[in-house]
Design a protein around this ligand. Structure first.
Ligand SMILES: [Ca+2]
Ligand SMILES: [Ca+2]
Ligand SMILES: [Ca+2]
Ligand SMILES: [Ca+2]
Length: 418
């Protein structure tokens, strides 16, 4: 009964509120209550305490039958207008939060809620500490970055991916062509600091200094944009649930050039597949023009060719299924052959909001959690993120260069690195 008011009060933050329906906080021993006259805040034994970079849910309880609008503030700054406060702080210390609740009758309840934020007992790392799932699409670096050895399971490949990109190792994994992904976790919640970019995905993008096109409007070179998704573990169950994922809507999402609900299915090359060699004068770089078949839900199909430079299997060898279906948003193609003779492909950088797109040491590769949108494309306000997913965002093939595939070298929590 105590939760009934939440979606009503907070239409604009309904997703946040519905995501916060966990019971954990409610099971704590309550030693006292603050307030009265319509709204109370139950205080657990020892008061409200939380480690830094961890969300503390504070749920006021309405004791009359009216609905209230809530405002949470510290001093003069409003920190939330949600029915449940999702409190998180980057810094340890004592915080005096004020809750003000007003109902339609003008009844106003003001409650001072002291919160004590402690420093963590084991120091957090700013880097990836777990890989939950590594699932590349087929590609010319798959089974090599990281290396597959016979008998490896999905779990083994997740571990190898973590060894490459976790804990600041700065190795590299490939996500293969469109839709291939990796899901990473951390030992803390990356705080969404208002007005600041919060984390960076490291890739191997670079800008060409010999672009044959002197009039190129933006930087370009090897920019292989991956789409970033974030999940705040709002039900505190330690895993990213389907309804917790939100996409970071970068520059291309904002200018309307992205296809949402894109789906592609790759088929495993048959064991008795015979290489289809293209005529030498046309595609001298390929050894098999019809290697991995794919079909999408936009009426397109084709093959990922095998090239002369990478002759290992391109389909992830630990996947037993004959087909691999991957979904997401599709970014526009960003590659242009600038020489006119097939020799010089330039993959242009998008403005902001993607992985393996801007330079690692540049702000272009920094992500603000406030760029997250829900499944309907609406802006959503998250207190922080516990999981990050990156997937290759373009379905693009560039002659001798081959397919465009996002690479990931790590993720940095920008706040903890300061
Ligand atoms: Ca932010
Ligand atoms: Ca969860
Ligand atoms: Ca690549
Ligand atoms: Ca790359």
């Amino acid at each position: 009964m105590k939760k009934i008011f939440i979606p009503i009060v907070l239409a604009s933050l309904a997703v946040l509120a519905s995501c916060s329906d966990d019971e954990e906080g409610g099971q704590k021993q309550t030693s006292s209550s603050l307030g009265g006259n319509g709204v109370v805040v139950d205080v657990p034994d020892g008061g409200f305490t939380t480690p830094r970079c961890r969300v503390l849910d504070i749920k006021p309880r309405v004791t009359d039958s009216t609905t209230y609008d809530f405002t949470w503030s510290i001093g003069d700054s409003i920190i939330s207008r949600a029915g449940i406060l999702q409190f998180i702080s980057l810094d340890a210390g004592d915080y005096d939060v004020t809750m003000q609740a007003v109902n339609d009758d003008g009844n106003t309840v003001v409650i001072d809620v002291p919160i004590s934020v402690k420093r963590e007992t084991t120091e957090y790392t700013p880097y990836i500490t777990s890989v939950l799932d590594y699932m590349p699409a087929p590609g010319q670096f798959v089974n090599e970055l990281p290396e597959y050895t016979e008998g490896d399971t999905q779990e083994d490949m997740n571990r190898k991916a973590l060894e490459s990109i976790g804990n600041n190792a700065k190795g590299m994994i490939t996500l293969g062509m469109y839709g291939g992904y990796v899901i990473c976790g951390f030992d803390h919640t990356i705080v969404n600091v208002p007005g600041e970019r919060d984390f960076k995905v490291l890739g191997n993008a670079f800008y060409a200094d010999a672009n044959p096109n002197p009039d190129a409007p933006v930087e370009g070179g090897s920019c292989e944009p991956g789409i970033v998704m974030v999940a705040y573990d709002s039900n505190h169950n330690g895993v990213p649930d389907d309804d917790e994922w939100c996409e970071i809507a970068g520059s291309e999402h904002r200018n309307g050039t992205v296809i949402t609900g894109y789906e592609i299915t790759y088929s495993k090359p048959y064991p008795d597949h015979e290489a289809v060699t293209p005529p030498e004068d046309e595609q001298f770089w390929n050894v098999d023009a019809e290697y991995v078949p794919w079909v999408d839900n936009q009426g397109n199909d084709g093959f990922l060719p095998k090239n002369v430079y990478h002759r290992q299997d391109y389909y992830p060898l630990w996947v037993e299924s004959e087909e691999l279906t991957l979904t997401g948003s599709l970014l526009p193609s960003n590659a242009v052959e600038e020489s006119g003779t097939g020799g010089y492909w330039v993959l242009y950088a998008f403005d902001w909001g993607y992985a393996d797109n801007g330079l690692n040491n540049d702000e272009t590769s920094d992500i603000d959690i406030d760029w997250a949108v829900d499944a309907d494309g609406n802006n959503i306000s998250l207190p922080g993120v516990d999981f990050i997913k990156i997937y290759t965002g373009v379905n693009q093939h560039c002659g001798w260069l081959g397919e465009t595939s996002t690479e990931v070298m790590g993720i940095n929590d920008l706040h903890l690195l300061k």
